[in-house]
Design a protein around this ligand. Structure first.
Ligand SMILES: Cc1cc2nc3c(=O)[nH]c(=O)nc-3n(C[C@H](O)[C@H](O)[C@H](O)COP(=O)(O)O)c2cc1C
Length: 229
């Protein structure tokens, strides 16, 4: 297979996985995944990110702590989420949600079933691992100048997820995992010098789960890319 074919396959294989096998990833593979991801580019090579990888007993503690915190209304987002999309962005949001609900047999009008599904975010969709991605607080400014470094963190996150895919590991990036940032910082003993952008649940995908049939589409090339010469 050519390098292009291999790369295309990795990009196409990556999708948000929302059901995982219990089997943990061994330490050597974990280190390999995260080591490859460090190759991500960043402005002036500043590498403005911190990954907190949680597995084993601690993820089981969080699997109780996070839903309990959300239920008790402990909201503390470092990056408040408007959660509102208009026009084409709203249409795409609805299409993505519909593909998941229809794969799971959830009626779009059934709000309580949708809420139950959404709540699974907080138990990491059963994944044996989660990584929380932090941006150094010095890049979080009221005038939005830190948006440049937030883009760096996004590049790191995608490189990380592609690295996971190449290792046969599935992932789901989740803004929902940033809802109780203060609680997570405390449990992980991470100082206020780091702000939580989002988390990624990961592990070996449970391919047999209905959610794996939820496939999202993409806009046509010419609607999003303008070629000039
Ligand atoms: C930064 C970011 C945050 C996301 N947050 C969530 C989330 O909280 N819960 C969830 O189920 N999916 C979340 N997603 C997954 C998106 O819904 C998904 O990437 C999108 O629908 C495209 O589908 P695909 O990843 O399968 O290609 C998030 C994706 C990104 C990039």
């Amino acid at each position: 297979m050519s390098t292009v074919d291999v790369f295309n396959q990795i990009v196409q294989q990556r999708r948000s996985v929302r059901a995982f096998k219990k089997q943990a990833i061994d330490e050597q593979t974990l280190r390999s995944i995260f080591s490859t991801a460090l190759g991500a580019p960043s402005n002036c090579n500043t590498q403005p990110w911190l990954s907190a990888v949680v597995s084993g007993e601690l993820i089981e503690t969080l699997r109780e702590q996070v839903p309990a915190g959300v239920m008790q209304g402990e909201m503390s987002m470092d990056f408040p989420y408007a959660g509102k999309y208009d026009g084409i962005y709203r249409e795409r949001q609805i299409a993505a949600a519909n593909s998941l609900y229809s794969a799971l047999g959830i009626d779009r009008e059934d709000k309580s079933a949708r809420d139950v599904q959404f709540f699974k975010n907080f138990t990491f969709f059963g994944a044996p691992h989660v990584v929380f991605l932090f941006l150094p607080a010095c890049f979080v400014t009221e005038d939005n100048t830190g948006i440049r470094e937030a883009a760096d963190l996004g590049m790191y996150a995608q490189t990380l997820m592609l690295s996971m895919t190449a290792h046969g590991v599935g992932s789901c990036p989740q803004t929902a995992l940033s809802f109780i940032a203060d609680r997570l910082r405390k449990t992980l003993e991470i100082s206020e010098d780091y702000k939580l952008m989002f988390g990624i649940s990961f592990g070996y995908p449970d391919e047999g789960h209905a959610s794996s049939h939820a496939l999202t589409d993409r806009a046509e090339l010419d609607s999003l890319v303008r070629f000039y010469s």
